[in-house]
Design a binder for this molecule. Structure first.
Ligand SMILES: [Fe+2]
Length: 323
């Protein structure tokens, strides 16, 4: 893969961030830990020939909290590269420098971009031509808006239907004008998901299911009635208990709040890093929770499967998108 090209795409998307609103020049803080020093150096090198984006780099684990906080406040956009879930001893609140900066990050979230646990998959995430992502998303949204029924099925025996007539507007995440820059997803909310799935894939969320269970090899079965999970079953040791505990913790956790379709053809497979880019993996993901106070958003990202509109396949994991 061409790493320079990936960074060119990243630098193309950046000025479209909603916090920037066409301003120029743009001052960008790159906060990073040691493993991301090379990536940050590469970004600065790639941006050297233009004068719209003005980057400053700071080490997150070596700089005083106050200096980092001041730099965040002064920036037009701040981008943080660090690991949390993939650390040897992860903590729910993240590494110490993130905990220390939490108030200023929360206050200024609108101009933040957090690349957490991306590792070198940052390059994969930005490897696809922006035009390809934009065209694919637009074509898919068009197909969905013209159809009646979306069907998901897979080789494990999963199947559910959702009415395409009673959907909220699709969110188009193509990197241009999104708060989360990682391109390649369309998402909506449906109240009419009905079926039975044998989920094989990985998790993404604040509760670290991904780190504990990795990429599932044996399915987590879910019975879905009107977008609510009514029953589950699995042979994976410990998972039924952990997942039931999650479902019972808040009524919204039992609800499929997000029907998501990843469209980033640069994300080649699932890694269970609990990193945001995995949600862009091509194919289906279902986001539970997050619709009510105290609930936790948890994405179930399917490793494989077929998506069809009115019986015509638009995506198959073996052949990719056909729209
Ligand atoms: Fe999503």
């Amino acid at each position: 893969m061409d790493r320079d090209r990936a960074l060119q795409h990243f630098l193309y998307y950046l000025p479209h961030h909603p916090a920037l609103d066409g301003r120029s020049p743009i001052t960008v803080l790159l906060g990073h830990t040691a493993p991301y020093a090379e990536l940050v150096g590469h970004i600065q090198h790639m941006a050297a020939s233009q004068d719209t984006l003005r980057f400053t780099a700071m080490a997150l684990d070596e700089s005083p909290t106050e200096a980092l906080a001041d730099a965040i406040v002064a920036s037009d956009l701040f981008i943080l590269f660090y690991d949390a879930s993939t650390l040897a001893n992860p903590r729910a609140e993240g590494p110490p420098f993130i905990r220390a900066l939490q108030p200023v990050i929360s206050e200024h979230w609108r101009k933040s971009l957090l690349f957490k646990d991306y590792g070198d998959y940052f390059y994969d995430t930005f490897s696809v031509e922006p035009e390809r992502v934009a065209d694919l998303n637009a074509a898919l949204i068009r197909r969905m808006s013209e159809g009646e029924v979306l069907t998901f099925s897979d080789v494990h025996g999963s199947r559910f239907d959702a009415s395409l007539r009673a959907l909220k507007k699709w969110t188009n995440i193509n990197g241009v004008g999104n708060y989360d820059l990682a391109p390649g997803e369309i998402a909506t909310h449906s109240e009419t998901i009905n079926g039975h799935v044998k989920f094989v894939g990985t998790f993404l969320g604040t509760i670290p299911f991904a780190r504990k269970y990795g990429v599932l090899e044996s399915p987590l079965e879910l019975w879905i009635e009107n977008s609510t999970i009514s029953r589950i079953a699995t042979d994976v040791p410990g998972l039924e208990q952990d997942f039931s505990k999650y479902l019972d913790a808040n009524p919204s956790n039992r609800r499929i709040e997000e029907l998501g379709i990843g469209t980033n053809e640069g994300v080649k497979r699932l890694y269970a890093r609990n990193a945001g880019f995995e949600e862009r993996h091509c194919g289906l993901h279902l986001g539970l929770g997050g619709g009510a106070k105290g609930s936790h958003h948890l994405d179930l990202i399917f490793d494989s499967g077929t998506l069809a509109v009115d019986g015509r396949v638009v995506f198959d994991d073996r052949t990719g998108y056909v729209v």
